[in-house]
Design a protein around this ligand. Structure first.
Ligand code: KIV
Ligand code: ZN
Length: 499
């Protein structure tokens, strides 16, 4: 039986970009749009053209930059919005205008100060007007999640009559339960006489943590387009995350659903969006979080070593992650220790391993995690190939508007001090370059995240760093009120583990 296609509508560059602090410039947006095209997204919502000259310009440039996906611009049900969107989309090979209006009691009476009849009239006029510019018009019934199903069905019928070929049913406030949302989609599929002329689309927000469940419920009840974002970023608690719905459809084969997404590009896309939008991914985020494929308890580590499927429902390679990882802690067992030692090139017979395991537990009790350098010290490896005792002794940076950032770093390394000065495109870049000039390890920075713990300017900054060296990933962490110092210390923490 052939699988049914679900269209992926990505709104990272519109709903995602509305998040405070996540704004991108046009060049960055083009980079993300090209990545989305490469990932296999069907529709890219490139922006809300009337909202700012920057958004208008980005929609123009994205329209020029991508070939395959439909490029979509958002509007309100206002003529000027639609004209501006049509203008911004003029270079798109496959343009779509996404117009709409609020349909819930709250929106009709307390936001738009209108009546249900007038809302239908305004919506239909907007769809017709959009249709005079482009063939592909999508209508959204804002706050459809809290809209009465009977009224919603009337709205949908009129919008399809007016020419809409995609009908978006947003759960704008993330309020519905999966069962309710599924029933809403089913109700529309069964009660709107002209529904066969349109595709029903989901657009779920995550205010109660149900965005993915609601989206899946929508699909299972007839929706064939899903509006999602990379890493689930979006207004307030975010939108449905692309990687979650795509991997649900891929993993649960009996659903007989397919998308055009290349899952191997998911992790890379997640990293790109997180880095460009300066929006860290929570470590326990499904599919793309740092811990999504990290096993820490002894029972789980042992189980995964016996057979990956014991504790993993997805092979990390499927989403572009090299391999699962084991975090060695006091809860790790012999199997995990033996496995990691083997990866580092050491093999031990049972008795030797037992003895080593006792020592390992002592170290693990004293430290939260036992890193590779600790293991090497345990097995008494030559200290020459281990970058141990690496400490930041002194850091001085010169930066600010109009100056070239310069950093002078002094590291204490195996008992001696080394100083280097380097320039960079910012104080962190300059400092990292100076550190690399001293340590001379071939490493690639894979992740660099700064998070404020509270909100004040006197706050502690937490820095996570991930570096890659010869196919191996190393993590570093530090926290300080001085974020440049914390960044350099986190980098050194990761480097000190590189063998
Ligand atoms: O959440 C929402 O209702 C929206 C619409 C503008 C589509 O983002
Ligand atoms: Zn939204």
């Amino acid at each position: 039986m052939s699988k049914e296609r679900v269209y992926i509508f990505d709104t990272t560059l519109r709903d995602g970009e509305q998040v405070p602090g996540c704004q991108l410039n046009t060049i960055e947006k083009i980079e993300v749009a090209k990545m989305l095209e490469d990932l296999g997204v069907d529709i890219i919502e490139a922006g809300f053209p009337i909202s700012s000259p920057g958004d208008f310009n980005s929609v123009i440039e994205i329209s020029k930059a991508v070939v395959e996906p439909v490029v979509c611009g958002l509007t309100r049900a206002i003529k000027k919005d639609i004209e501006v969107a049509a203008d911004a989309l003029k270079f798109a090979k496959r343009p779509r205008i996404h117009t709409g209006i609020g349909t819930s009691y709250y929106h009709i009476y307390h936001k738009l100060n209108s009546t249900p009849e007038k809302i239908i009239e305004r919506g239909a006029e907007a769809v017709k007007y959009a249709k005079s510019f482009v063939e592909d018009v999508e209508f959204y019934a804002e706050d459809a999640g809290r809209t009465d199903n009977n009224f919603l069905a009337q709205v949908v019928e009129k919008m399809i009559d007016a020419g809409a070929t995609v009908i978006n049913i947003p759960d704008t406030t993330g309020y519905t339960l999966p069962e309710e949302y599924g029933k809403k989609i089913k109700y529309l599929a069964e009660n709107v006489p002209n529904i066969h002329k349109a595709i029903l689309s989901t657009h779920c927000h995550n205010d109660l943590g149900m965005a993915t469940a609601n989206t899946m419920s929508g699909i299972l009840n007839g929706a064939r387009q899903v509006e999602v974002t990379i890493n689930g970023i979006g207004e307030r608690a975010g939108n449905t995350s692309l990687e979650e719905v795509v991997m649900i459809m891929k993993s649960r084969k009996h659903l007989n659903l397919t998308t055009n997404i290349n899952p191997r590009k998911i992790y890379k896309s997640s990293r790109m969006v997180s880095t460009l939008m300066r929006m860290p991914v929570q470590p326990n985020k499904a599919i793309v979080g740092r811990n999504a494929f990290a096993h820490s308890s002894g029972i789980h580590q042992d189980g995964v070593l016996k057979r990956r499927e014991n504790y993993e429902i997805i092979n990390p390679k499927t989403v572009g992650i090299k391999e699962s990882s084991f975090v060695l802690t006091a809860r790790s067992g012999r199997a995990a220790l033996k496995h990691r030692l083997k990866q580092l090139g050491y093999t031990f017979e049972k008795e030797a391993l037992d003895a080593l395991y006792e020592q390992f537990l002592e170290v693990a009790d004293a430290k939260k995690e036992v890193g590779d350098d600790d293991l090497k010290a345990l097995v008494g490896a030559s200290s020459r190939d281990i970058t141990r005792n690496l400490h930041l002794h002194r850091l001085q940076v010169l930066c600010g508007k109009g100056s070239i950032p310069v950093a002078t770093v002094t590291l204490e390394w195996e008992g001696s001090c080394y100083t280097e000065t380097a320039e960079g495109n910012g104080p962190v870049d300059a400092s990292f370059t100076a550190v690399k000039n001293i340590v001379k390890k071939k490493v690639r920075l894979e992740e660099f995240l700064i998070q404020a713990i509270h909100r004040g300017s006197n706050d502690l900054g937490k820095v996570h760093v991930q570096v890659e060296s010869r196919g191996q990933i190393y993590y570093g962490f530090s926290a300080s009120t001085d974020i440049i110092t914390a960044s350099v210390e986190a980098f050194i923490d990761a480097l000190s583990q590189v063998v």
